[in-house]
Each structure stands twice: as C-alpha cells, then as structure tokens.
Design a protein around this ligand. Structure first.
Ligand code: ZN
Length: 331
C-alpha cells in the first residue's frame, strides 16, 4: 500500500498532488448513493471539507516551489506511529541537512484568533464563533513525537522548527497580545519562503551528510501508514444502500445496459466500450479488494456468468480459489 503515499514520496515537489484518498472515496460514495439518501447532505459536507483541505495543501505547494530544490526534501501527509502506539500526522515536512521544519496547514476562512488563555483557536465566520484545538499545541506535540520517533530508530538529530500556516488567502489572523509563540509560529502561506530563508540564515554548516538526510527521508516514508477507514461503516451505510450498475460516462446516469460487447445509455444514447472499468474501480474502493463472478454480475448488471467471465479475463486479474469459490484480486 506504499503507493498511497500521495504525492511523490521521496521526490521533490511535482507539479500536481495526487487526489487525496478521502476525496476520492467520498466522490465514489456519493456517486453510488441515491440523491434522496437521508445522510447525503452530511457526506457532501465532509467531501467539501476534504476538498478545501486539499486546496489549502496545493496552495502551500506553490509557495514551496520558491525554495531552492537541492536543499530540501519535502514530504506530505505523513502518518506515523510513535513508541506509545499513538499515531501522529504531519501535513508537510521539510527535511534538510541542517534542520527540519514541520508545517501544520489550516485552510480556514474568516477571522482566526489565536488565544492563549485558554489556549485555543477561535474562528469567526458569518458572525458565528467556533473554537478549535490550538494548532500550536498540535504542531509542538508533532515535534515531540517526531523527535522521539527519530531517536528510537537511532537516526541523527537536527533542530526541528514548527510553523502553523494559514492557507486561505482571505483569512484575517489575530493573535492575543502576549502570545509570543503564536507570533513566532503562525504565518500566511505566502510568507513560507521568507520564513524558511530566515531559519536557514541561522545555520552555517551541514549537520547531516547527504546520505543521512536520504536515510531519514526514506525511513519516514517506509514507516508511513496511510489511514484508510471503512467509510461505509463510518457513515453507517448498508451495502444495499449503494446503487449498482455502470454509470454513463457522458451523462452520469445509472445503469447502462450491456449489449453485445458494449454499454448503452438509455438516457442519452451514448455507447461505451469500457464504462465498466470505473464501476469496477468503485467496487474495489467501497466493497473490497476481491470480487467473484457473481458479485461482478450483480454490480454491473450483467446478463450472464459468461459475460462476467469475459470481462474478468479481459482485465487479467489475479485469480484465487477454484470453481464457484474463485475470486479475483482488484488491486
Ligand atoms: Zn448517458
């Protein structure tokens, strides 16, 4: 499952970040729920939040491109387990031969007030106030967990800096008068290059060799454990609530009808040779990594086992089990 480490693992910044797992699953899920499904609005809200977070991360990526590429290794969405079996998640980390920087990204609109007594983040949006856990505490905890993690693997240590980055361009940031840490840590995304360069100016010599830096980066990627919750269970969705059939790639209607070797849409008369591929992908995302002939027939609305067999063999999937008990790997 290492491939899920979206974007680019060990490499420097690519142009595009791969679609986050949660966004992908929720999009598939909504495509498979009736428009009248009772909890649909809530799931749409969750998707909206996930997309907003993704936009925020993309905005950060843009500003990171202003940093000298040869100096940093940049990793995103790292999820690691500490020695106490607690998971911690790092939005973005810059690794260098002199220091590391953890960036906690907040894509929140409105006015953000960093209060230190009590220490919390208060968002004001449309005249409504909402309090959140202070991201400064969050990112400092991440630093402690990362330090302990690196130490437990006997990897060489360098200072770790933390930043809380507001990625929403129109957010107004307010900080309580004597909240020094917030003044130090909280920045707008556009200020990332300048802040990193300021940190850089405090260091002359490299503390790590290129080999050591590479090893740290590789180790973090190796220990990354992507979160893949069972969203059907999470939102209490029964398998029978999911719409079956093949979506029309032209008008999104469901189901298309299987004709001789192609798919036909009764709504828009579109025909397609391979519209089943998206449906099979949907199946694997929502219902699991294996499928039987019968399950494929039911999900795609196929007229016979032999049509299902034909489709299965055209996909050259790995087959396990024998006779009626055989199933196919959808990886
Ligand atoms: Zn259609």
């Amino acid at each position: 499952m290492r491939r899920e480490f979206y974007p680019r693992g060990d490499k420097m910044i690519d142009k595009e970040r791969k679609i986050p797992y949660k966004v992908m699953v929720l999009e598939v899920l909504l495509a498979r729920l009736s428009v009248h499904y009772p909890n649909r609005g809530y799931i749409e809200g969750e998707l909206g939040k996930a997309i907003a977070g993704w936009r925020g991360e993309q905005a950060i990526d843009y500003y990171l491109t202003f940093l000298p590429k040869e100096k940093y290794r940049i990793l995103h969405d790292l999820r690691l387990e500490d020695n106490e079996k607690r998971f911690f998640q790092i939005d973005t980390i810059l690794l260098s031969k002199k220091y590391h920087v953890i960036l906690e990204v907040k894509n929140m609109a409105g006015t953000l007030f960093f209060n230190n007594n009590p220490q919390q983040l208060v968002q004001t949006l449309n005249n409504e106030e909402k309090a959140y856990q202070c991201p400064i505490m969050q990112v400092e905890r991440q630093r402690l967990q990362l330090q302990a993690f690196l130490r437990s693997l006997q990897l060489p240590e360098v200072p770790i800096f933390v930043l809380v980055v507001s990625s929403h361009p129109n957010t107004v940031i307010k900080i309580a008068p004597n909240f020094k840490k917030a003044n130090q840590y909280v920045i707008q995304s556009a200020a990332i290059p300048e802040r990193i360069n300021t940190i850089e100016a405090n260091f002359d010599e490299d503390k790590l060799t290129p080999k050591e830096l590479k090893k740290i980066s590789r180790t973090l990627i190796k220990h990354h454990q992507p979160l893949k919750p069972d969203y059907l269970e999470k939102y209490k969705i029964a398998h029978s609530d999911l719409l079956t059939g093949v979506h029309c790639p032209n008008c999104r209607q469901i189901p298309m009808q299987r004709k001789r070797g192609y798919w036909y849409c009764h709504s828009c008369q579109h025909s397609s040779k391979d519209a089943h591929l998206a449906a099979i992908h949907n199946y694997s995302v929502l219902l699991g990594p294996t499928i039987t002939n019968q399950q494929l027939r039911n999900f795609l609305h196929l007229p016979s086992p032999s049509v299902a067999s034909k489709i299965l063999s055209s996909l050259s999937l790995k087959k396990s089990g024998i006779m009626k008990g055989s199933y196919y790997q959808l990886e």
